[in-house]
Unconditional design. Structure first.
Length: 261
């Protein structure tokens, strides 16, 4: 599925007044492309993802999927959050098959599909385990298998590896690149980590400090699979880090100004 954001504006009411979250966000994601949305805390990255998911509506502007407006959640788009949000009373297999059951798929077919995607994320032998028996990385693999089992056209990933240790995160970076290469899904991936964005993305879209808009687009033709320690990736990161630092400083100055009020 091809994604497009057209002049997206979004504000939220708070106790301190109205906060403008997004200010004219516009970009495109080609079908089958892996794009990372990068920016400082509070810049509206997750809000933009929620609008594509149909969980939030913009105040003005449109998001489109293959040219059609996206105004509500749909099975063609699945969100993967930082917290895996798995059901603790179900085992891994039943967690992965849950959405298929809700969709009305028969028991035998949904079991076969769930096992297929557990195999893809290397969790097949843990299918009878319960969530409390899994490591953080295994929980995220299970969440990814659950999303893939729905066979969506788009994966919307909201900092899914942010809470993991560095070693587990590196392993999942490699596995996600492999899964993307096999499935050809369109992926929009939110992160605040520059090198993570470069490891994973075909393109990196840098957002400004709040109110968020697209400051700059970066495209790096780096061979896959990529790893954090690649010298080419470290060199490419310098340019983005310099631009991101400007936006982080803006966000910090705004926060201090609010505290002083």
């Amino acid at each position: 599925m091809r994604l497009e954001a057209r002049d997206i504006h979004k504000a939220f009411r708070t106790r301190r007044g109205t906060t403008q979250a997004l200010d004219g966000v516009a970009f495109q994601v080609a079908s089958g492309e892996f794009v990372c949305l990068l920016g400082p805390s509070g810049c509206g990255k997750s809000t933009m993802l929620s609008i594509f998911a149909g969980l939030e509506l913009p105040d003005s502007g449109q998001v489109l999927g293959d040219g059609a407006p996206l105004t509500r959640p749909g099975s063609d788009r699945v969100v993967i959050f930082q917290e895996a949000a798995l059901f603790p009373w179900l085992n891994v297999l039943d967690n992965v098959a849950f959405g298929l059951q809700v969709a009305g798929m028969g028991r035998k077919e949904r079991r076969e599909r769930a096992i297929e995607y557990l195999r893809l994320v290397h969790l097949e032998r843990f299918q009878t385990a319960y969530i409390h028996e899994l490591s953080g990385g295994m929980k995220q693999r299970a969440a990814l298998a659950r999303a893939l089992a729905m066979e969506p056209k788009v994966l919307l990933m909201d900092e899914p590896f942010a809470a993991l240790d560095a070693q587990t995160r590196d392993i999942l970076h490699t596995e996600l690149q492999d899964i993307w290469a096999r499935t050809h899904k369109t992926i929009l991936f939110v992160t605040h980590n520059v090198r993570e964005a470069l490891v994973l993305g075909d393109r990196v879209m840098l957002m400004t400090a709040r109110p968020g808009s697209i400051k700059r687009e970066y495209r790096f033709e780096l061979p896959r699979p990529r790893a954090m320690e690649d010298h080419a990736l470290v060199d490419a990161a310098r340019e983005i880090i310099a631009d991101l630092r400007v936006e982080v400083n803006k966000e910090r100055e705004e926060r201090y100004a609010q505290l002083a009020d």
